[in-house]
Design a protein around this ligand. Sequence first.
Ligand SMILES: Nc1nc2c(ncn2[C@@H]2O[C@H](COP(=O)(O)OP(=O)(O)OP(=O)(O)O)[C@@H](O)[C@H]2O)c(=O)[nH]1
Ligand SMILES: [Mg+2]
Length: 202
Amino acid sequence: MKECLVVGKVGAGKTLFVLNFAAYLGLARIKINVEYPSGQVLYRQYSIEAARRQLVGNNPHTTKALQSIILEIPVTKGVRRCIISDSSGLIDHIHKDAGIRQAIAQTLGAIRRADLILHVVDTSQIGVSDAPSALGEVDYQVAQFAQMRGGYLILANKIDLPNTNLGLQKLHLELPGHKITPISAMTGHGFKEVRAFVRRHL
Ligand SMILES: Nc1nc2c(ncn2[C@@H]2O[C@H](COP(=O)(O)OP(=O)(O)OP(=O)(O)O)[C@@H](O)[C@H]2O)c(=O)[nH]1
Ligand SMILES: [Mg+2]
C-alpha cells in the first residue's frame, strides 16, 4: 500500500488536516497506528470528534510520533487504499529535548520513504517573524528535496483566516515551481483537489 506522508512545521495544521480529510473521505471512526521514535507501536481508535479533541493542539510538538490511518479513495472502479501518516512537526533550530529531536529525525526518515508528500504550510503566518509555524528554512529544504521526485504537493493551510491572500502570494514567490493548493483543514476548503491529487498518484 502506498504511503502518503503529511509533513510541515509545528502547528501548521497537519493533524487537523489528516483527521478532517479522513472524515471527508467517509471515515466515522479513526483507527490510528501510532509508531513512536523508540519503535513502540500502539493501536488506537477514536471517533473523529474525540481524535480532534485529543490529538490537535495549540502547543508546538503536540504530535510526537508517526500516526497512520488507512484511507479508501474512490476510483473509477471501486476504491483504492493508501496509508496517510501524520508526523511530528519540523522546526528550524535544534531542539534541546532529546525526545523531540528523535521525533523530528523520525519525520525526516519518513520523508525519504514516502510515496507521496503533502507539505502543510500555515498561510496565516508567512513572513511573521518568530512564529513557530512561520515558513522557515526547513520548509525550503523539504521543497528542495521533494523537487527531485514526484508526488509532492504543498497545502497552503488556514486559508479560512483573514488576510491570507498576501501569505498565499508570498508562498508562490518563496517556493516557485511547486504546485500549491490552498486549503483549510478546519472547513474542508480544497479537500476535493487534495483527493484528486492523491488519487492520481496511487
Ligand atoms: N483557523 C484554522 N485553524 C487551524 C487550521 N488548521 C489547524 N488549525 C489550528 O492550528 C492549531 C494547530 O493544529 P494541529 O493540527 O495540531 O497542528 P500540527 O501541525 O499537527 O502541530 P504539531 O503536531 O504540534 O506539529 C490548532 O489550534 C488547530 O485548530 C485551519 O485550517 N484553520
Ligand atoms: Mg500534530
